[in-house]
Write a protein that binds this ligand. Structure first.
Ligand SMILES: NC(=O)c1ccc[n+]([C@@H]2O[C@H](COP(=O)([O-])OP(=O)(O)OC[C@H]3O[C@@H](n4cnc5c(N)ncnc54)[C@H](OP(=O)(O)O)[C@@H]3O)[C@@H](O)[C@H]2O)c1
Length: 255
């Protein structure tokens, strides 16, 4: 849904150009009332499509592919999958060896056009990749990577949103403890995080260069920062990212 809304809100697609499917007719009706085309049948929904986006959970993928495999035209239609852990071989095996497939790993910031999306592909043409990358670029930034890095991309990029949100929550809780009301604390922490990210993306600098600019000798920043490191800040983030990446890698096979 975030993807469909992002495509519309960025002006890339019109509501009526997107057909959404779901198994639940009630929630599908709610999407139809927003102006999207909807269809309860995946097999019917894909017939007119140039590009088929597959956005189900890993454990729902096999059933979905079984449903569309007879009606897909793999010579004409491009498949884009955001399904975590499902290798392009899975699609080729079920839909046909020649299937043009692009895997995308975006994050929920698509909705505010600040996603980071990692893309990899099998059988896709340069034109396919340009088209899909342009779509995702309207909702943030993207890079093309090797498929063997997609689980790492899941951890850093898709799960990463939650990791950074939790650090903002932690900062705001610290803010409340030192005297701010909760709403002010979240606003201050979120805008400060946004500023930190923009310093890196606009200055194209390394975090440590920016940190050096705000840590004066014997000052309060270095004292706070070192205390956080003594408590395992960087180590916790690195360990969490490694664990997420390993789990992402096994999500489809484990389903
Ligand atoms: N959320 C993220 O930030 C994010 C980022 C990158 C990648 N991903 C990946 O994207 C995929 C979807 O994630 P999500 O968070 O959007 O999950 P979700 O909220 O559970 O959405 C899955 C959707 O698929 C629908 N669905 C399931 N089987 C279907 C079928 N056979 N036909 C039609 N619709 C079907 C479900 O609706 P019904 O039950 O009504 O059918 C539901 O709306 C996952 O593989 C996830 O790992 C997620």
């Amino acid at each position: 849904m975030a993807l469909a809304e992002g495509l519309v809100e960025s002006g890339t697609c019109k509501l009526q150009d997107i057909t959404l499917t779901k198994r639940n007719a009630q929630t599908l009706a709610a999407l139809a009332s927003k102006g999207f085309q909807t269809n309860i049948s995946n097999a019917d929904a894909i017939v007119e499509a140039d590009t088929i986006f597959i956005c189900v959970l890993p454990q729902q993928l096999n059933e979905l592919l079984a449903e569309i495999k007879e009606s897909i035209d793999i010579d004409k239609q491009l498949v884009v999958s955001v399904v975590t852990g499902a290798h392009t071989d899975v699609f080729k095996e079920i839909l046909g060896e020649q299937c043009r497939i692009i895997r995308a790993m975006p994050n929920t910031a698509m909705k505010v056009r600040e996603s980071m999306t990692c893309l990899s592909s099998a059988n896709a043409t340069g034109e396919d990749l340009n088209m899909v990358q342009s779509l995702f670029n309207t909702m943030g930034q993207s890079i093309i990577i090797e498929e063997n890095m997609m689980s790492a991309a899941t951890a850093l990029c898709a799960c990463g949103i939650a990791f950074f949100l939790r650090t903002i929550r932690a900062a705001s809780q610290g803010g409340v403890e030192i005297g701010f009301h909760a709403s002010d604390a979240v606003k201050i922490a979120a805008q400060t995080a946004l500023g930190a990210a923009k310093l890196l993306t606009i200055n194209k600098s390394h975090p440590e260069q920016e940190i050096d600019k705000v840590t004066s000798p014997k000052g309060c920043t270095i004292a706070g920062l070192n205390e956080m490191e003594h408590q395992g800040l960087s180590s916790a983030m690195i360990k969490g990212i490694k664990l997420s990446s390993n789990i992402a890698n096994n999500l489809y096979t484990a389903s």
